[in-house]
Design a protein around this ligand. Structure first.
Ligand code: PMV
Length: 348
């Protein structure tokens, strides 16, 4: 008897232009386009194995890091599984010789090799790995962009983790979400000097989930309306900066967008605080390094960015990353490495 099983892995992506706000909460359509870098080293990944078997008891089941999670009917996981199964069913209807995997129950096991829900985008890599593994299991012919439409419905930022390198999630205009998908801006090897340093300030679970935080922001923040006007220009400029390998523009836009995202969180009622004192000290340190570098070389050396949590991601070009690591280590001495609290963690 053949075994129908597939394993896929997907890395975390860290946004330089943040997605924050949904215009449609069930289809997960964003209020603005976003752009991220997919990290390509081994430490921040989700790995998912999916298996379809006619002999399994009825109903799909899923384990996350060894603990079973319920797949709620109509919930995000169920929607992703349903859509991918639907594509498989279409293939089986066209080609009667294919095994009827679409009608068999699924068993799915997913592992993150880093803290879950700590502002390290675990939902992005997790949902992307799930979609990639099911698409392999079902041998779907869809392109990564087409698959990104499904991953988006699992967790918005997951759509960007289906690509490596520099990735844009276009907000799209259509009400059915068919044009709200991810696409590559540039492959990883276009700018191999770009490195990311993850400073794990805290690996505790975050206080306000991105789903409830975004909803509150959309309902209450006047600043969000201003943000929606400036993001399109930032998307164009940062894409151009990536294509031209212009680190100064990339860094300036990345930091401005992170700061505006956190300003929008503060402008939400009640306010959302994701940064802590250590995060703010890291901002001050990088600003100071950049100020000194501007005076001596006329260029920026690093860009910080923070998602929905206190952890800091610092982008820098490979030759200067050593300086950044030693400076961060000097001002924030710590023992041990990731996944210890406040581990430093370098990769591309
Ligand atoms: O995809 P979600 O619901 O985990 O939201 C991610 C939101 C941010 O990480 C803060 C920004 C982004 O674009 O990744």
């Amino acid at each position: 008897m053949p075994v129908y099983e597939a394993t896929a892995t997907a890395p975390v992506n860290i946004a330089c232009i943040k997605y924050w706000g949904k215009r449609d909460t069930s289809l997960i359509l964003p209020t603005n386009s976003s752009l991220s870098v997919t990290l390509d080293q081994d430490h921040l990944r989700s790995t998912t194995t999916s298996r379809a078997d006619a002999s399994f008891e009825k109903g799909d089941r899923l384990w996350l890091n060894g603990t079973e999670e319920s797949i709620k009917e109509g919930g995000r996981l169920a929607v992703c599984i349903k859509e991918l199964r639907g594509w498989r069913r279409e293939m089986e209807e066209k080609d009667g010789g294919l095994p009827k995997l679409s009608s068999w129950p699924l068993r799915i096991a997913s592992y993150n090799n880093f803290p879950t829900a700590a502002g390290l985008a675990s939902s992005a890599s997790g949902l992307a790995a799930l979609v990639a593994s099911l698409s392999q299991l079902y041998e779907l012919p869809q392109t990564p962009s087409e698959l990104s439409r499904i991953a988006r419905q699992g967790s918005g930022s997951a759509c960007r983790s289906l690509f490596g390198g520099f990735v844009a999630w276009r907000e799209g205009k259509l009400a059915d979400g068919s044009d709200s998908l991810a696409e590559e801006v540039a492959p990883r090897d276009h700018w191999p000097e770009m490195h990311a340093l993850i400073c794990v300030v805290s690996d505790a679970k975050k206080g306000t989930s991105s789903t409830s935080g975004m909803q509150r922001t959309v309902e209450t923040s006047p600043l969000l309306q201003h943000r929606l006007k400036v993001v399109p220009d930032r998307m164009d400029k940062i894409s151009k900066a990536i294509l031209e390998k212009d680190f100064d523009t990339f860094a300036q836009i990345t930091m401005a967008d992170s700061n505006q995202f956190h300003a929008v969180c503060l402008d939400t009622s009640p306010p959302i605080f994701y940064l802590n004192d250590v995060s703010r000290s890291l901002i001050a340190l990088i600003e100071e390094l950049n100020r000194a570098a501007m005076l001596t070389t006329g260029h920026l050396v690093a860009a910080y960015t923070f998602d929905a949590g206190p952890n800091c991601v610092i982008y820098a070009l490979e030759p200067t990353m050593r300086l950044i690591i030693s400076t961060v280590n000097r001002f924030f001495p710590q023992e041990g490495h990731f996944p210890d609290p406040f581990g430093l963690f370098e990769g591309q």
